[in-house]
Design a protein around this ligand. Structure first.
Ligand SMILES: [Fe+2]
Length: 490
């Protein structure tokens, strides 16, 4: 059997994760097998696309599906589940009118030339916030790359509405991966402002939840790069400009869907923009080998050197490989390899070094204690034996110190992003970095259903699973809120 034939055969197994889920479930208790830790009380909220058609029209890309939030409330070893579409202008048009009315990542509505001309530079794309979930003070918000967070109630999953920023930061594009300063609790993120003088604007948001962004620094750029996430260390923000870049006027005039305006220019290399977090000055722009990544794993600095760990692809072909036609057609799926980039601003050098032989995507770490600091463990999804003819079919625990891995795999099962939840002080073993559990939603093809899997983060052995009454479409990111909902305990 050829690779393409095998790919199509395997595709039939994981295609359930790319099918629309029409059911919205009222809170229901899930059957649990195994034992969840007594200390694990809180709510796992997951975000992802769940509607891939609008009437007779289909969305083009996995990233375009309409946002649905899934809620797993864990208490005393029991798990209650609910799921609900976020109520946005985009989802209302798709779900009730059967129409695509707003621009998505790789799908455009039919628009007049006039509308096309006047939309992109004036305001952000209306949000289909299907990527991530964060906390703005007491608010829980769903995020995408349009800087229009959508607040929802974490207990009922009811949509509250778009959070209107009380500032003049501008910008039409952001990341759904804000960082939280481990000392101040500030959220740090950036927007790309497209214009004749385009620039990245790095900002912070105070932890009290006030929707006001304060500019930290700016960096002019002729052709902005597509950056899905970025890094912070104790003293710096690092924007990693992969050579997938756009001429802003192409965005304005081409009439093509958003991501199709970007061009792969490997001759630019990958540029590391190192910005001082206090004064906002750009300390250095270093050039490394061309690569592409969606996700940063972590970063930190030691003396004058900075270390940036990424899930790195050879190029940006993965974006097209994640289109629904390619996925459903069984095309090869490029693999992201965990890679460390060592930056020496004084010498002006960048060196890249692989961290492991296993592929790694959707990475998580013990964030609260180790974000921006030295760390040892990363958790993510990967492809068994790095085969390109299947979807993510294993969970990986990576020791970034020695490249060692622990793997979890079950035949015909497809896990999503593993969220690390630290054991609270006194409840776990010893406060070690991997003292806690890893939670992941797993699609089981044979039963056309999903389950919430809990692994011991140290041993990577199963502790428990809770069966969901339907197949949960493949999602992207989420958070675990402790019972008091005050903070992400990852
Ligand atoms: Fe992401």
């Amino acid at each position: 059997m050829s690779t393409a034939q095998r790919g199509r055969a395997v595709m039939a197994r994981f295609s359930l994760g790319l099918q629309s889920l029409d059911d919205e479930t009222e809170p229901v208790e899930l059957p649990v097998s195994g034992c969840l830790p007594e200390w694990l009380n809180g709510t796992l909220l997951r975000n992802g696309p769940a509607k891939f058609e609008a009437g007779a029209t289909g969305f083009r890309h996995w990233f375009d599906g309409q946002a649905m939030v899934h809620r797993f409330a864990v208490d005393g070893g029991r798990v209650r589940y609910a799921n609900r579409y976020l109520d946005t202008p985009s989802s209302r048009a798709v779900l009730t009118e059967g129409r695509i009315r707003y621009q998505e990542f790789a799908t455009d509505p039919c628009r007049s030339l006039f509308a096309r001309f006047f939309t992109p530079f004036q305001r952000a794309r209306p949000a289909n916030p299907n990527v991530n979930i964060a906390r703005f003070g007491d608010r829980t918000v769903a995020l995408t790359e349009s800087p229009l967070p959508v607040e929802f109630a974490p207990d009922t999953l009811a949509t509250v509405g778009v959070v209107e920023y009380d500032d003049r930061l501008g910008g039409q594009l952001t990341t759904a991966h804000p960082h939280q300063d481990p000392v101040t609790g500030d959220l740090v993120n950036y927007v790309t402002h497209f214009s004749r003088r385009s620039e990245y604007r790095v900002y912070r948001q105070r932890p009290d939840g006030t929707p006001r962004r304060e500019l930290l620094g700016r960096h002019r750029v002729d052709e902005p790069a597509y950056m899905h996430s970025f890094a912070i260390t104790s003293r710096h923000v690092v924007l990693v400009e992969f050579p997938l870049v756009v001429n802003p006027f192409r965005l304005l005039l081409s009439g093509r869907p958003f991501i199709e305006n970007y061009r792969w220019k490997p001759e630019r290399g990958t540029r590391f923009v190192v910005m001082d977090r206090e004064g906002g000055q750009v300390r250095a722009v270093l050039r490394g080998p061309a690569c592409f990544a969606f996700h940063h794993i972590n970063a930190w600095e030691d003396g004058g050197r900075l270390f940036i760990d990424l899930c790195a692809y050879d190029d940006a072909a993965v974006i097209e490989a994640l289109s629904l036609d390619s996925l459903r057609g069984g095309d090869a799926l490029p693999q992201a390899m965990p890679t460390r980039f060592a930056l020496e601003p004084e010498a002006g050098t960048v060196t890249a070094q692989p961290l492991a032989a296993e592929s790694l995507e959707l990475p998580r770490i013990a964030y609260r204690r180790h974000n921006g600091r030295p760390y040892r463990y990363a958790y993510g999804v990967g492809s068994r034996d790095r085969r390109t003819d299947d979807f993510f079919n294993q969970l990986v625990k990576l020791d970034v110190g020695d490249g060692g891995t622990l793997l979890w795999h079950e035949e015909g099962c497809y896990p999503g992003e593993p969220v690390f939840v630290a054991a609270p002080p006194g409840a776990g073993r010893d406060g070690a970095e991997d003292d806690g559990v890893v939670l992941a939603v797993v699609l089981r093809a044979a039963t056309a259903s999903s389950y919430l899997l809990a692994l011991d983060a140290r041993t990577f052995r199963e502790l428990a699973r809770a069966e969901v009454p339907h197949a949960v479409p493949f999602g992207f990111h989420g958070i675990f809120l402790r019972e008091d909902r005050a903070r992400d305990v990852g």
